[in-house]
Design a protein around this ligand. Structure first.
Ligand SMILES: [Zn+2]
Length: 252
């Protein structure tokens, strides 16, 4: 019986595979292809999935550049022609994602799409208001400390309903407790003017504060992730996705 790898499959640390091109490209090879214009965005295009070798050679800053390049393709309507069947096949035996993304559940902010990422490129955790709790910290620790991701990207977005709900004091079942984790960002946001959910500019400022607070929470509550960052093995960064225009703005 064929085994089905899971996110926690032990093979993630050791499995190696070939790209869809039939090549296992080292950094030099990728660089050469890039120099020839064959890889518009090195390590992302023209292969079905990252290999372990490729991923392990990436620095956190290179992963940021990779995601920024993907967002630029998305923003300008030049996304890859994704062959999801090939990507599925290339990743079925193991995964070597470069980043772990913590973002909101908003239907308009799907991280893989707006960063033009492939199957296998990124771990994705989504929760209303992109807050961090123990379970999400555990997920991010798995992504980086066990599975080798080089970047934690917290991504908030404009016009966030969860942030608006926190500002307006919405109470609804289990949502009340979730919004209580966003409320400190409301008080911490310096803003002169209409501080209600009816003011889109204030909502977006609180969303940005909330991203910065989530980045701080990750550093303060996960000694594993903060330790990896101090050692230069990962970076923990924050960003805001702009629904209008489609840009992912790195804010921390
Ligand atoms: Zn949201």
């Amino acid at each position: 019986m064929e085994t089905t790898p899971t996110c926690c499959d032990s093979s993630v640390a050791t499995y190696s595979r070939r790209t869809a091109l039939g090549l296992t490209l080292g950094a030099a090879g990728v660089g050469a292809l890039s120099g020839l214009g064959l890889l518009a965005a090195p390590l992302v295009t023209h292969a079905a999935a990252l290999t372990k070798e490729q991923r392990d050679k990436l620095t956190p800053d290179q992963v940021i550049e990779m995601l920024q390049a993907g967002n630029e393709r998305f923003r300008t309507g030049k996304m890859e022609a994704h062959d999801y069947l090939a990507q599925k096949q290339a990743t079925a035996g193991g995964q070597f994602p470069a980043a772990a993304i913590l973002s909101c559940i908003d239907s308009r902010a799907p991280a893989e799409i707006i960063l033009d990422a492939r199957i296998g490129d990124t771990f994705n955790a989504r929760i209303a208001g992109n807050i961090a709790n123990d379970d999400l910290l555990g997920s991010l620790e798995f992504a980086c400390a066990a599975a080798g991701a080089k970047l934690v990207l917290v991504m908030g977005h404009t016009a966030c309903g969860a942030v608006k709900g926190a500002i307006d004091g919405v109470e609804l079942g289990h949502l009340t407790g979730l919004l209580s984790k966003i409320k400190p960002a409301v008080a911490a946001t310096k803003y002169t003017g209409d501080r209600t959910g009816a003011n889109a500019a204030f909502v977006d400022e609180v969303a940005k504060t909330n991203v910065l607070r989530t980045v701080d929470t990750i550093r303060q509550q996960s000694s594993i992730l903060s330790g990896l960052e101090k050692d230069g093995k990962i970076k923990i960064v924050g960003s805001m996705y702009h629904l209008v225009g489609g840009r992912v703005e790195f804010v921390a």
